[in-house]
Design a protein around this ligand. Sequence first.
Ligand SMILES: Nc1ncnc2c1ncn2[C@@H]1O[C@H](COP(=O)(O)OP(=O)(O)OP(=O)(O)O)[C@@H](O)[C@H]1O
Length: 306
Amino acid sequence: MTTDPEAGRRRAGEGDPLIRCDNLVRIFRTDGVEVQALQGLDLTVADGEMTALVGASGSGKSTLLGILSGLDLPSAGRAAVAGHDLLAMGRRERLGYRRRTVGFIWQQTARNLLPHLTALENVALPMRYARSPRGQRRARADELLGAVGVGHCRDRRPAELSGGEQQRVAVAVAAANGPRVLLADEPTGELDSTSGAEVFGALRRANEELGATILVVTHDTQVSEHVRRTIRIRDGRTSAETLRGGAAEGGAEEYAVLDRVGRLQLPREYVDRYRLRDRVRLTPEEDHIGVWRAGADDDEEGEGAS
Ligand SMILES: Nc1ncnc2c1ncn2[C@@H]1O[C@H](COP(=O)(O)OP(=O)(O)OP(=O)(O)O)[C@@H](O)[C@H]1O
């Protein structure tokens, strides 16, 4: 068996992650009503990973992206991206962070592109804001559009593009200033599955060829077909994750997220399948821990997961 220590470290979320959230809390207060959108969320994403965060409506996905994009601030906890402490950034650092460190792709295509500009002009615009030399902008915009497979759309305006093409142009716009991180909020939500797969192809190219670390949030559980790592978010906390490939090539490995104080949430299907309730018995072994259903008489119980 061959081992790849680097892959092992990345898989375990150790090393020096590019995105790190510790115990993130975000409380919204409207008309005296309090909603806790993030309830102590922990997340690490290694440099160069392409990860999907999947959760039901209201689980806190957009709230997390708002914080990671530098638009919103958490109520408590810590969040750092590419060496920027998101809670401590001043106005100037925040502006630079939003311009150069992170790029965004939103679900609504209209939010990503300016309607009166061509695809090429849309991609060149963030470079102008970042004061890139004028002579280099068009060439880089052309190159980016080619990389995400929509070079043929360069002179068309958004209204002359399909939804999938618009989103691929949006990936090029988001990647224009060479950000370390690309954040995408339901980027395929308004698309059919073929166009959605093409958008994921564009994100993968941004990941593999441009080196951007990518975090996609979606409620679509099918997204795991397009990424190696899928993290599930439930009630404002990360709960479990699936890694495709890994030890058994082509297979998938299931993980539970372990927080800093050792709490983990067992997947609902395991809780149901092994009829676990209230408390479980733990049996430490040399290389794993057994989790057993606690019966009235501990000697008689026979079912458990290990
Ligand atoms: N600005 C806000 N003011 C008040 N409550 C908010 C605000 N933004 C989000 N919430 C609440 O926080 C919770 C999480 O919302 P969030 O939009 O992050 O979930 P989501 O997983 O992105 O859902 P969806 O998939 O429907 O977009 C929800 O209960 C939502 O109503």
